[in-house]
Design a protein around this ligand. Structure first.
Ligand code: FAD
Ligand code: SF4
Length: 537
């Protein structure tokens, strides 16, 4: 009998006035949410090679794969989760370490196109949740209702999905960032937002054991963040699922026109040397390798065309940039809950500003205080605060695979998105100054420091997207749901139109840009697809 762990019995906090936050929870005992990480096999256990059979093999252990594995394992199916990253998280508080162990392609994925744009995705048992800041928003009503209508699937409508949002947000303990761990950077934003009367404040995050150390991007040293390896995966493993880490899946086995398993190779977590081959045969194959990883694998495995004209298309990423401001009091922006504050501006729908937390070196780069300004930057470093903003993109790109298996990414900005990034930076400047900050720095070529938002607006006016230092960490939509193969890669249940036996469950399935940070919605879609698999066989 599968051992199903109870969903945490958390008291609901009052429903938040912002519908993107919705219901949050009071977590009095963090152990209710944060479970011991699952036992996983790694490189050594593969030895010279191994073959396994199961009901469902899931490739990828982030929110899309973990949430689906939990549903299927708890229903009694034999599930194997494959993950290419390390079987245990390897925390060290520096970029070099996180890039080496926990970022896909060593943190070097860059999209070509209108402007070079780095795109980040995590790696390891837990996927990108190991390195994300755990902001936990619900998708807007107009987005989900639009999907339901487009797919003629009432189950995807906003109202219909709220119980699943409640369920997953209890499993990961979503709560408003407590003041005690918020730190000065977040407090400046909260004060600014309050003064200007915008919607926002301390942000909802899935971090019930957060002590505000500010290094979520490197992995949580206190195990206070409810990443997938501490929530969905231990639940799945408790119900009988097995996790095989340190194996990169390279092939989908197709027999008589049906996906019947996957093949991969063990990769040593330190030396990256190749080890034994692994073959897993299954009734159903689920790809949960993320919105870059899933189409990258499909194209590399030679199945891209078969999956239809949308496979790897419609890459959306919530692109954005940062703004840094100088205060006449100490901030130490690397202290306090990572990205613990946010706001919405009524005239800028789809612009998502959050706190920018960064270690000192990244803060100086973001402020453009490098090169001959480095000494000046060092002197003002303790007094800098910052915000990051992203836009729900109208532009888009595509994912293909190079011959060596790395992602081949392109992305073209829509003019409207560029303007919204500029408008957003100006509004963010207002919030920071209302919160007590002064001089403004943006990482935009040709833009000198500004003393007022109006001056910043003027300087940004003629800048093109190539002048901006950009960043994106929310890849989505590359294997989108669609009613037929002419409209998408999978149907509303997650089943691939172009290959029986194949399903997809990750952020690639979103039919459009989400407009909020995607982890919670990816967990909801994984839960939805898992239940549809059970219903439809
Ligand atoms: C730095 C950063 C900060 C972020 N902050 C937030 C935030 O605060 N809030 C929020 O909502 N979202 C945030 N996100 C985004 C969020 O984490 C992702 O949207 C979400 O994790 C996507 O889930 P997924 O299941 O699609 O893929 P992922 O979580 O990326 O998991 C995919 C997994 O598949 C594995 N994989 C890929 N290819 C293969 C292969 N061939 N074989 C075996 N395994 C493979 C990868 O190693 C990875 O572990 C952030 C992301 C990053 C990178
Ligand atoms: S701020 Fe620190 S303690 Fe809090 S969740 Fe992030 S890494 Fe963990």
């Amino acid at each position: 009998m599968p051992k199903t762990l109870p969903i945490p019995d958390l008291a609901a906090a009052a429903v938040h006035p912002d519908p993107a936050v919705g219901r949050t929870w009071q977590v009095s005992d963090r152990a209710q949410v944060l479970l011991p990480p699952p036992m996983a096999d790694g490189f050594d256990e593969v030895g010279s090679g191994r073959t396994r059979t199961c009901d469902v093999v899931v490739v990828g252990s982030g929110p899309g794969g973990g949430s689906l594995a939990r549903v299927l394992a708890e229903a009694g199916l034999d599930v194997v989760v494959m993950e290419m990253g390390p079987k245990e998280s390897r925390f060290r508080p520096n970029y070099a370490n996180v890039s080496r162990y926990h970022m896909q392609e060593g943190g070097t994925m860059v999209a070509r196109g209108s402007a070079p744009m780095p795109i980040a995705a995590g790696r390891g048992v837990g996927g990108s949740t190991l390195v994300n800041s755990a902001l936990s928003f619900r998708a807007p009503r107009y987005v989900l209702d639009g999907w339901a209508e487009r797919l003629s699937e009432p189950g995807l409508a906003w109202e219909a999905l709220q119980p699943t949002y409640d369920e997953v947000s209890r499993i990961v303990g979503v709560q408003i960032t407590p003041e005690i761990v918020s730190g000065v950077n977040n407090t400046i934003i909260v004060n600014g937002v309050k003064k200007l009367g915008f919607e926002g404040g301390l942000a909802p995050r899935s971090t019930p054991g957060c002590v505000g150390c500010g290094v979520c991007y490197f992995g949580c040293p206190t195990r206070g963040k409810a990443s997938t390896n501490l929530t969905f995966l231990p639940r799945a493993v408790s119900a009988g699922a097995r996790v095989q880490a340190e194996v990169e899946v390279r092939e989908i086995i197709v027999e008589r026109g049906r996906a019947v398993g996957v093949r991969g190779v063990a990769i040593h977590p330190e030396t990256k040397e190749e080890g034994g081959r692994v073959e897993v045969r299954a009734e159903h194959v689920v790809l949960s390798a993320g919105a870059i990883g899933t189409p990258r694998l499909l194209w590399h495995a030679g199945l891209g065309e078969q999956l239809g004209p949308h496979c790897g298309e419609h890459l959306q990423v919530h692109p954005g940039s940062t703004i840094i401001a100088k205060c006449d009091f100490p901030v130490e922006m690397w202290k306090g809950a990572t990205q613990g504050a946010y706001f919405h501006h009524p005239d800028l729908p789809g612009v998502l500003p959050h706190t920018f937390n960064a270690p000192p070196e990244a803060c100086l780069v973001a402020a453009g205080l490098v090169g001959d300004r480095f000494q000046e930057g060092l002197a003002m470093l303790p007094n800098l605060c910052g915000m990051l903003l992203m836009v729900s993109d109208k532009g888009g790109g595509r994912v293909r695979a190079f011959a060596d298996g790395r992602a081949d990414l392109t992305y073209e900005f829509a003019e409207d998105d560029v303007q919204r990034i500029k408008d957003g930076l100006v509004v963010v400047a207002r919030v920071l100054q209302a919160g007590g900050a002064g001089e403004l720095f943006v990482p935009v070529h040709g833009v000198s420091p500004s003393h007022t938002p109006e001056a910043l607006e003027e300087k940004l006016r003629d800048r093109t997207i190539r002048d901006f230092t950009l960043y994106a960490a929310h890849p989505m939509g590359t294997c989108r749901m669609g009613a037929s193969i002419e409209e998408g890669v999978i149907d509303a249940s997650g089943r691939a139109h172009g290959l029986p036996g194949l399903w997809i469950s990750d952020a690639s399935v979103f039919p459009s840009s989400l407009g909020v940070n995607p982890q919670l919605s990816t967990m909801v879609m994984g839960t939805w697809i898992g239940r549809r698999m059970l219903a439809e066989g």
